[in-house]
Design a protein around this ligand. Structure first.
Ligand code: AMP
Ligand code: ZN
Length: 480
């Protein structure tokens, strides 16, 4: 088996496999820790997490490195605005990022290098670039990359020289202000920024005077040191990072080290709100906490953010979140129908079945697995799972058949990072009309009128209530 993924560089779907050795070297540009990550950021991180999970189920060993951007204009500006030192400030937001990741059931990466911890490596990289005439220092003690010295510049984003000159801002929203620094060309970008009063205490000594690294340089240095200087297999980020950030990473790394930087480029399309990218600068964002405070579970948020193709923009809506909650309930009912056959309890389902086990034959669920490994088509995969659920396979399975379907289903849930039967959903007293509906459903079920009991269950779900059957009755859970 193999996993395939669209590669921005070649503009085609390619098989993913380690180009040397037995582990796939995967680097992701991580969060800028100057506030809580929003769910747009998490769309990108969750898609990357889902890919790691799919690779694991496929049997591929992944070395996943995702950095912490704790040193850039935004962390420096915001920490000072709040009167905090940079390290105290970024540690706080890194910890918040980690707790959000855990709530969203994301696997921890193999390593999480921080920019501040790599300044000597960054200085070393700049020295190499100057030595090879790919960079030059200016009178004010800044250093720039000489874009004209690298003939392949623009190959990833396929921008030509003329288009490059008209790009006046980068994807971090930082304006390339040609007047501010003494650059040879408007496309040259800063590797080292000389100390400015607004940097406060955040400056480091260097051969060119006090200052700090440019944002693009940081990832090149962290990639080089995290992967011992090897060419990496895969590099990921939101689509906004393709130009100039990733283009600049390639230029710096290839010019300094004289070897290919990365084989395969993986970009995620944006989470949108009413036609605009969700972003801090536009103020149209939701954080995990915002949505949890409205009663949505982190699992429903994960489901929403991964359920459409990563190459297509996803429009954020509350209807979508409601639909995800009821989709999760359907998945739970499906698992329950199989568990009823094996005589196992739902509380043991995650530990027993949701594993990275490599399944040889996914049986009826094969289409769902194929969709994941063929360019991470999460939408088609979930569609295929619901197709199988619709045919009620449990009805014709014996205990052994149900067990093997549970194993296949569990591996798919692992790959998608979906955990069922989480207990964090709100337990509140059900109002009288809901209790009346639930009693009517129970009576219909007892008299074996399953069409009616199913219809009443759906009606309850639409109202936000999930019925869990027990031996001698039922309980009700509020989900929205
Ligand atoms: P930042 O914390 O701004 O450095 O961004 C972290 C990651 O989130 C990067 O890979 C960005 O490209 C990505 N990102 C930012 N906004 C969005 C969005 N609205 N949808 C998807 N990914 C995003
Ligand atoms: Zn980066």
């Amino acid at each position: 088996m193999s996993v395939e993924l669209y590669d921005t560089f070649s503009r085609s779907v390619q098989t993913l496999s380690p180009w040397s050795g037995d582990k796939l070297r995967f680097y992701c540009c991580g969060p800028t820790v100057y506030g809580p990550a929003h769910i747009g950021n998490f769309r990108t991180f969750l898609i990357q997490d889902t890919l790691c999970r799919v690779l694991k189920v496929d049997g591929t060993c992944v070395q996943h490195v995702r950095n912490i951007t704790d040193l850039d204009d935004k962390t420096i500006f915001q920490s000072q605005a709040e009167g905090k030192n940079l390290s105290e400030f970024t540690t706080y937001w890194s910890e918040k990022f980690h707790s959000d990741c855990a709530a969203l059931n994301m696997l921890a990466p193999s390593a999480e290098p921080s920019a501040v911890a790599h300044i000597p490596q960054m200085i070393n990289l700049v020295e190499k670039l100057i030595e090879k005439k790919h960079a030059y220092a200016t009178d004010d003690g800044s250093v720039y990359f000489r874009v004209s010295s690298y003939k392949d510049y623009g190959r990833l984003s396929r921008l030509n020289q003329r288009e490059l000159k008209t790009q006046s801002s980068n994807s971090a929203g930082q304006v390339n202000d040609a007047d501010e620094y003494d650059r040879e060309s408007v496309t040259d970008f800063a590797l080292w920024k000389s100390r400015k009063p607004e940097d406060g205490d955040n400056y480091w000594p260097s051969p060119w005077g006090e200052g700090r690294p440019g944002w693009h340089l940081e990832c090149s240095a962290m990639v080089h040191s995290s992967f011992d200087g090897e060419t990496i297999d895969l590099h990921g980020g939101g689509i906004d990072l393709c130009f100039p950030h990733h283009e600049n990473e390639i230029a710096q790394s290839e010019c300094a080290h004289g070897k290919e930087f990365c084989k395969h480029w993986f970009h995620t399309a944006h989470l949108m709100v009413e036609g605009e990218k969700m972003s801090k600068s536009l103020g149209n964002l939701y954080t995990l906490d915002d949505l949890c405070a409205k009663g949505f579970s982190p699992m429903a948020i994960r489901y929403t953010l991964i359920s459409s193709s990563y190459r297509q923009q996803l429009n954020f809506t509350f209807d979508g979140l409601h639909a995800s909650q009821s989709a999760l309930s359907k998945l739970e009912r499906f698992a329950q129908s199989l568990l009823d056959k094996t005589g196992e309890a739902s509380k043991d389902f995650n530990a027993t079945y949701v594993t990275a086990e490599t399944i040889k034959d996914f049986g009826l669920l094969a289409k769902a697995w194929d969709a994941l490994r063929q360019n991470l088509n999460t939408a088609a995969s979930l569609g295929a799972i619901f197709g199988v659920i619709g045919s009620n396979p449990a009805a014709s399975l014996d205990a052994e058949g149900a067990r093997s379907m549970l194993r296949a289903f569990g591996s798919l849930l692992y790959a998608l990072g979906l955990e069922l039967y989480k207990t964090e959903d709100k337990i509140i007293d059900a109002p009288a009309d809901i209790i009346a509906l639930a009693n009517a459903r129970w009576a219909a079920k007892q008299s074996k009128d399953f069409n009616k009991s199913d219809a009443l269950r759906e009606e309850l779900i639409e109202k936000g209530w999930v019925v869990n059957d027990e031996k001698d009755g039922f309980n009700l859970e509020y989900r929205s």
